[in-house]
Design a protein around this ligand. Structure first.
Ligand SMILES: Nc1ncnc2c1ncn2[C@@H]1O[C@H](COP(=O)(O)OP(=O)(O)OP(=O)(O)O)[C@@H](O)[C@H]1O
Ligand SMILES: [Mg+2]
Length: 160
């Protein structure tokens, strides 16, 4: 499987990648975000929100699992951090969002991979230094291969 990788050297660069993703997003798209605490998942989500024309801040949904924001398309910002068991996640009934007409961004998606949509763009963010992050995008499914190909036009992206 082809994946796309780049190094972000600032929160602004991460948000800019997010804006591009938000601009290219189509109804029903699912973005699964993986990375440790403070990796930059919410920072990337903020960019996606801006790319969808959303003016509000995509703060981590602290005491809620899901926050809905409204732009060109609805953005369902889901954060699984506080959930420990797969059953709890399954019980949330998130499928109406995953298979609906909005965009889903899921932070801590690795907690529930087996029950999340099989077709998605996985985005793995890892810490390189105080201000640098490696961002790896792994598409599953034709739609996401095409999206990744479009994102591959971004300067400094490279295919692996
Ligand atoms: N290149 C970078 N890309 C993204 N964030 C960066 C970068 N360099 C530094 N940062 C900082 O890292 C932090 C990322 O925080 P953010 O809330 O986005 O992480 P998170 O992955 O959502 O964490 P959590 O698991 O707690 O939700 C911010 O303080 C941001 O300013
Ligand atoms: Mg977060």
């Amino acid at each position: 499987m082809a994946s796309l990788e780049l190094v972000s050297r600032s929160p602004e660069q991460t948000r800019t990648l997010g804006v591009r993703i938000g601009e290219l997003a189509l109804a029903g798209d699912v973005f699964l975000l993986v990375g440790e605490l403070g990796a930059g998942k919410t920072c990337l989500t903020q960019g996606i929100a801006w790319g969808l024309g959303i003016k509000e801040y995509a703060l981590s949904p602290s005491f809620v699992i899901m926050r809905e924001l409204h732009g060109r398309l609805p953005l369902y910002h889901i954060d699984l951090y506080r959930l420990a068991h797969m059953e709890e996640i399954a019980d949330l009934g998130l499928d109406e969002y995953f298979y609906g007409q909005g965009i889903c961004v899921v932070e801590w998606a690795d907690k529930a991979l087996t029950i999340l949509p099989e077709k998605h763009l996985m985005i793995k963010i890892s810490y390189l230094s105080e201000t640098e992050r490696n961002i790896k995008m792994e598409p599953s499914g034709q739609r996401y291969l095409e999206l990744a190909a479009a994102l591959g036009g971004i300067k400094k992206c490279k295919w692996r």
